[in-house]
Design a protein around this ligand. Structure first.
Ligand SMILES: Nc1nc2c(ncn2[C@@H]2O[C@H](COP(=O)(O)OP(=O)(O)OP(=O)(O)O)[C@@H](O)[C@H]2O)c(=O)[nH]1
Ligand SMILES: [Mg+2]
Length: 275
């Protein structure tokens, strides 16, 4: 094999390895910062009851009066080692009550920073106007937020027409009872699936958690791509050396080492470039 070809292969492999590391960044950030789980639904569907069921304690006030939660309530919980900030919100509905309307607006504002949103419906009932308002919200934000559809109060039955209507959204759908605890484990699993859906990350794998490391790795990749291009253009050793040095300097920002002449000498002793 030609040394230049081998150099190209090594560069390509290294770029692929660093890209794989970079792919772990979103997951790494989640591990470190935790995720934000938003609970949405019309008044009285059992959002606060669901928060309490997830927490296994009574944090939020629950009552049969719709509009009980007027502002959002935050609580921390853990899902298999993953920190979760759960946010119970005021019921989504059209309302003339100013305080409640502000609560609804603030609930929707929370969507912007949510990682997963639980859209809660009443299992035993057909969908009504306020539920459809929530479906609209899901359609509007579906590209940015992972939604899980939840049919609460499954202990009271399950409306076939609601199942059919919700099924059309092609989103995960879980039936639960916040009152009896039925289905809560399945819901937790569905939340985890949403978080880890796009990542094929093994648990023992190194993950990038710092923005500084991410930038350093991106810098390394850019320099390596330039080096690859230099090889293709049959550029001089010097130009290639500059790119490789930049790549090593970028990596050095993580390892704390600066590029030694040895590394470059070693590279060039092994490859007779352009000759
Ligand atoms: N049967 C049954 N009742 C439930 C369940 N979950 C909640 N409820 C009842 O439904 C009513 C409303 O519950 P909340 O948790 O306050 O509902 P919410 O969605 O937070 O309501 P707002 O804060 O008013 O928007 C209460 O009377 C609860 O006891 C359930 O799984 N099964
Ligand atoms: Mg509530």
């Amino acid at each position: 094999m030609l040394p230049l070809d081998e150099l190209k292969i090594r560069l390509t492999e290294t770029i692929a390895q660093i890209e794989r590391l970079l792919d772990t960044y979103d997951y790494g950030r989640l591990l470190q910062e935790g995720i934000k789980l938003l609970i949405l639904g019309k008044p009285n569907v059992g959002k606060s009851s669901l928060l309490n069921a997830l927490l296994q304690r009574d944090r939020a006030i629950v009552s049969e009066i719709p509009g009980t939660t007027r502002d959002y309530i935050e609580a921390s919980l853990e899902l298999d080692g993953l920190a979760v900030q759960a946010v119970d919100t005021a019921g989504i509905r059209h309302t003339e009550d100013l305080v409640e309307a502000i609560g609804v607006e603030r609930a929707l504002k929370q969507l912007e920073s949510a990682d997963v949103a639980l859209a809660v419906f009443e299992s035993q009932r057909e969908l009504e106007a306020d539920d459809r308002a929530l479906l609209e919200i899901i359609k509007q934000h579906g590209a940015d937020v992972n939604f899980v559809l939840v049919q609460n109060k499954a202990d009271l039955g399950q409306s076939a027409s609601a199942v059919a209507a919700l099924g059309e959204l092609n989103l995960p759908l879980v039936a639960i009872s916040a009152r009896t605890g039925e289905g809560i484990d399945g819901l937790k699993q569905a939340i985890k699936n949403e978080i880890f859906r796009d990542s094929s990350i093994e648990s023992e794998e190194v993950v990038v958690t710092s923005a500084r490391h991410k930038r350093a790795l991106e810098g390394t990749i850019t320099a390596l791509r330039n080096a690859l291009e230099a090889v293709d253009l049959r550029a001089s050793e010097e130009i290639l050396a500059v790119d490789v040095r930049l790549a090593l300097d970028s990596l050095g920002e993580i390892t704390g080492e600066t590029t030694s002449e040895d590394v470059l000498n070693h590279i060039f002793a092994n490859f007779c470039i352009g000759k």
